[in-house]
Design a protein around this ligand. Sequence first.
Ligand code: UFG
Length: 343
Amino acid sequence: MKKQILVTGGTGYIGSHTVVELQEKGYEVVIVDDLSNSSIDVLDAIGKITGLRPAFEQFDLSDSIKTNTFFDKYTDIEAIIHFAAFKAVGESVGKPLNYYRNNLNSLMNLLDNMKRRNIINMVFSSSCTVYGQPDVLPVVENTPRKQAESPYGNTKSICEDILRDCCKAYPQINCIALRYFNPIGAHPSSLIGELPLGVPNNLVPFITQTAAGLRDELSIFGDNYNTPDGTAIRDYINVVDLAKAHVIAINRLLNKKRTSNYEYFNIGTGEGYSVLQLVKTFIAVTGVNLAYKIVERRAGDIEKIWADTSIANNELGWKAETSLGDTLLSAWNWEKKVRGLGN
Ligand code: UFG
């Protein structure tokens, strides 16, 4: 029998790419998503790519009754990949209760069912935001976490604490937290990708929307950082490469290859690029000119971060494969497809 994997937030940006990779590796997927930040059309797109439309249930996982009812119905789940969460850093500052209620309760409702029903495996969607601005770069997994800059970031840190404590208290539960660096790009089919509602907060969707003519120009937030060109540095990871890390983590859990029942890994490329380097790479690979101006720093931004990925490379046998140029091209092809722009 096929192993059934629950993917929460499976119609979202990273979730949808992960569902594709899971189905292509023969896993049976059931998605739970409340569609608060994604579209039902994603299911058709996944169906077109993989030949299989995944099972889908629409509800909010912070509702414990609905979550319990879901698990009464789906009794063959062997592992959970938990993506479903609110993720807008700026919004979380103004609406902390929404973020804590949603992101913490959904995780606890899932863990409660795992404990009661003997579903023993979870991959959790964490973030390099838990490191804050590290003192030493590249950042390694055992670098002490810092106080988060935003309620959103704090929910990721608290969720990691919840998982660590639950894995200790309930040794039958196994969890892998993946700390993503900055996920960008889209599936090579251009059938799924990142589709932010309203004005994008993140760099790459803002760039592709500007290139497509939806925005006048990109604002680069600060050119007086202590970096070679003065703009901030991040580790931009291709979303398909990132999705593949989840499949590897699931295999590891199901094959019981872990070294401890709570593990966490950096999922990045190991290379930092500045905002200006990224903009110049976008222009070079797409041939599209991009208007930009330098403005003030954005509150809450860190100066620079990139990953040491040796533990993920050696322990998981996973490595980022796609170049920044190819990834930016995939993001541009997706934007063109969404906007109905020809090649
Ligand atoms: N940036 C601009 N102009 C923009 C948007 C972004 O110059 O219009 C800059 C930012 O200042 C930053 C870089 O581009 O230096 C990347 O910014 P993003 O908003 O794309 O990403 P962040 O690094 O701020 O945040 C991302 C995720 C968070 C996650 C965090 C972890 O959005 O969910 O990485 O570090 F928590």
